[in-house]
Design a protein around this ligand. Structure first.
Ligand code: SF4
Length: 522
């Protein structure tokens, strides 16, 4: 285990909490040290849930370790049952409690509670949050779902949506609507929105729709074996993938695919002249494998971006991720170290990042716009409005959220271009707040004086060669660079630096900038 400031995934018991929290009638008794209750905040604060997760912590302290922590666990389980009266209970240990080896499963069984008690074996030191959620859902399904006669009409289960997922709630609604158009109703959507009694009747559906392989694939495979239910492999994120998904459902059920694209607005954009502005934009995509692979497909085939880098933090999906990256001519970055991701983004200098809440921070530091496409998420990724990622409505939402950081930037670029202007300089208030405007004096507007130029260099002589041999930008060249619209500035900077490096030039002046421009224009 590695100590770090930020992580893409928490320990596996947080994954188990993601399952417990999104269900009703289920309670989680977690053998955990005092302090682990912090995990509640992830749900109440980040997801803005109006109730605490259904988790009872044993919250043992250091002084308990010499005594009887096993009895602490038994008391907590007994009290939780008496207080919450759940339909079923899951029991397990957090990282530190795993080391005490108290065996929560055996201890809970000895209590002989009149409900199913499902023990979770989550190897905290080898696996992480997504594995924890996937394994917990699988154990619940394995314990409760049994083969049974199918419903008369064609129905399906929707698998994989959990608490703290990226837009899971709205995706389930959207996919339910798409299936409804084909005449398929949803038997059970789980774990999100289900209770143990619902899990027990999952066997009556004709097939399963796997929305999120990271958190539902093991359960889907189990149901295929145990209940003979096939499951869908296409995740309907993006226009092309939604069409493929509907055809896959059609092939599984024999029903004709109803592809209603009337609400899709992307074709209008594609036909408009503005769309050319997006063509060839260099994007870097990072997150969980499912969302990254879907996003790369949309970026490359539906919007016309160029995928310059992609990768995922969940190593379980390294193989399909590598294969997908190959198709775009890049090598997949498989890492859970955000510093490595940051270094790669800094090296590639994309014009847009599609990432997680971690890449949003990285983007802010590097001055590159970012749209979030995957968990881990932050409070702003749980909008009050309906905003799915899946289906045709999801494609509209994706289009807006990816394009706005670029288009909104246009306004910023205009402000940058005009920032030397007497009306729009940096200190002036917003242009629509006329009363706040502070015009600059004539001296300020005048060309920067020698004194200002000297100030820019700290009053020192400009070094001709940096000690490291690195290329430096002269203040006047830097000022000129800032006048270039932001969406081509990165490219202009890279080209100029390459031009300078190829010629052994270590100081970039305004002349170098324009020589490079002329060179690349040829
Ligand atoms: S048990 Fe795990 S999650 Fe809890 S404090 Fe220790 S390392 Fe962190």
């Amino acid at each position: 285990m590695k100590l770090t400031l930020w992580t893409y995934e928490g320990p596996p018991h947080v994954g188990a909490m993601r399952v417990a929290t999104c269900m009703t009638g289920l309670h989680y008794v977690l053998h955990a040290p005092q302090g682990d209750t912090y995990a509640d905040l992830l749900f109440t604060m980040i997801e803005r849930r109006n109730h605490r997760p259904p988790v009872t912590y044993t919250t043992f302290q250091a002084r308990d370790l010499g005594g009887d922590t096993a009895n602490l666990f038994k008391d907590a389980a007994r009290d939780a049952y008496a207080r919450f009266k759940p339909q079923a209970m899951i029991v397990g240990a957090s990282c530190t409690a795993e080391l005490i080896q108290d065996d929560p499963g055996g201890l809970a069984e000895a209590l002989e509670l009149p409900i199913p008690v499902i023990p979770l074996e989550l190897p905290s030191y080898q696996r992480k949050e997504n594995f924890g959620a996937d394994e917990t859902f699988f154990q619940i399904v394995k314990a409760l779902a049994k083969p049974m006669p199918r419903t008369e009409a064609i129905t399906c289960n929707i698998l994989g949506a959990t608490a703290l997922g990226f837009r899971h709630r709205d995706d389930v609604t959207e996919v339910t609507r798409l299936l409804g158009l084909m005449g398929i109703s949803v038997n059970v959507a789980a774990p999100m929105g289900s209770c143990p009694a619902d899990i027990a009747r999952m066997g009556q559906a004709h097939f399963n729709v796997l929305l999120y392989p990271e958190t539902g694939e093991t359960a889907a495979r189990h149901l295929e074996r145990a209940c003979g239910q096939p499951y869908t492999k296409v995740v309907p994120i993006g226009v092309g993938a939604t069409r493929d998904f509907l055809h896959e459902v059609s092939a599984l059920t024999g029903l004709s695919a109803k592809v209603d694209e009337s609400a899709l607005r992307a074709p209008w954009w594609s036909a408009s002249v503005d769309s050319t502005y997006l063509t060839g934009k260099r994007v870097f995509v990072f997150g969980d494998a499912t969302h990254v692979m879907a996003a790369a497909r949309i970026a490359a085939t539906e919007i016309g971006f160029e995928v310059v880098g992609m990768g995922c933090f969940n190593r379980e999906y390294a193989r399909p991720m590598r294969a997908a990256a190959k198709a775009y001519g890049v090598e997949a970055l498989i890492t859970d170290d955000y510093l490595e991701v940051e270094a790669e983004i800094a090296r590639l200098q994309p014009e847009l990042i599609l990432g997680t809440q971690m890449e949003r921070h990285i983007g802010k530091r590097l001055g590159i716009p970012c749209a979030v496409i995957s968990s881990p998420v932050h409070v702003q990724d749980f909008p009050a409005r309906y905003s799915p990622q899946m289906g045709f409505e999801g494609a509209n939402v994706i289009f807006d959220t990816w394009i706005h950081p670029l288009v909104m930037g246009l306004e910023e670029h205009l402000l940058t271009m005009f920032r030397e202007d007497f009306e729009f300089h940096d200190e002036a208030g917003p242009s629509h707040h006329g009363a706040k405007a502070m015009a600059r004096t004539e001296e300020e507007v005048a060309e920067p004086s020698e004194a200002v130029a000297a100030e820019d260099t700290g009053g020192h002589a400009i070094p001709v060669v940096t000690p490291s041999g690195e290329i430096v930008w002269m203040p006047d060249a830097e000022r000129e660079l800032k006048k270039i619209p932001f969406f081509v500035r990165g490219k202009a900077k890279r080209n100029t630096e390459k031009y300078a490096a190829d010629r052994g030039v270590v100081q970039i002046t305004v002349d170098t900038l324009y020589e490079a421009k002329a060179h690349y224009a040829r």
